[in-house]
Design a protein around this ligand. Sequence first.
Ligand SMILES: Nc1ncnc2c1ncn2[C@@H]1O[C@H](COP(=O)(O)OP(=O)(O)OP(=O)(O)O)[C@@H](O)[C@H]1O
Ligand SMILES: [Mg+2]
Length: 258
Amino acid sequence: MYDPHIRINKWNVWYGSDHALVNITADIPAKGITTIIGPSGCGKTTLLKSMNRLLDEMAGTRVKGQVWLDGINIYDPGVDVTEVRTRVGFLAPKPFPLPMSIYDNVAYGPRIHRHTLNSRGGNDHDLDGIVENNLRAAGLWEEVKDRLRTSATRLSTGQQQRLCLARALAVEPDVLLCDEPTSALDPIAAQKIEAQLQALKKERTIVVVTHMLRQARRMADYVILLWMGELVETGPAMQVFVNPRDERTRAYLDGDIG
Ligand SMILES: Nc1ncnc2c1ncn2[C@@H]1O[C@H](COP(=O)(O)OP(=O)(O)OP(=O)(O)O)[C@@H](O)[C@H]1O
Ligand SMILES: [Mg+2]
């Protein structure tokens, strides 16, 4: 039907004895925005964090199944987790700028990445371009271009979240995972993040967890609906929102559950 970027196959997660995700099979298409929706506690964040190995590092967590990224199961023993995290970025619900300048926040990932690769050589002159491009991509450049060397912690919460977006983008991930990326923001700041993600989806695969149905309706090209750890329905947004196949999807969309 469409080209999957990530394939989740018979995926299970346990926290201790709590079976948080049960046999989930779903595709994340390449490019566009996939939203993961469902009532609180249904496993949205757990599924999102499954896609870049943020999950299995937590003590007491057990997983079973596969998550394929471009044909590689990221849970195979030999897989380089750092490489996975470079290719699959993460934007958290609350902005957490590093306690350093705006410039250094965005340059942080590329500097480490370059150090790790120990190639290209590069200097801060190259970094200037990287910082500018990614601040532009996050819709923040015009607001901060004259104070790049000031502390990031002085930015407003909405600006901080766009800075975190710029920081995530700076290592050029193919996939960007966003967990309730606007939940800490006022409506105007939220709208700015939404607009940037809409622009970025032409180049990248974006997965957005949201509990706001109206946001999902605005943003989604594809939808994954979870309910109590199980997959209820997945497919193109038009189909899931307009013509759902499952009774529980109808109930959720009608506001009867969640
Ligand atoms: N670190 C953890 N340890 C133990 N149980 C956890 C942990 N994280 C999540 N859970 C449990 O796993 C289930 C799924 O949680 P998850 O955070 O993925 O849901 P969610 O859909 O993102 O919820 P919300 O909309 O409230 O953010 C819940 O029952 C939750 O209590
Ligand atoms: Mg969550």
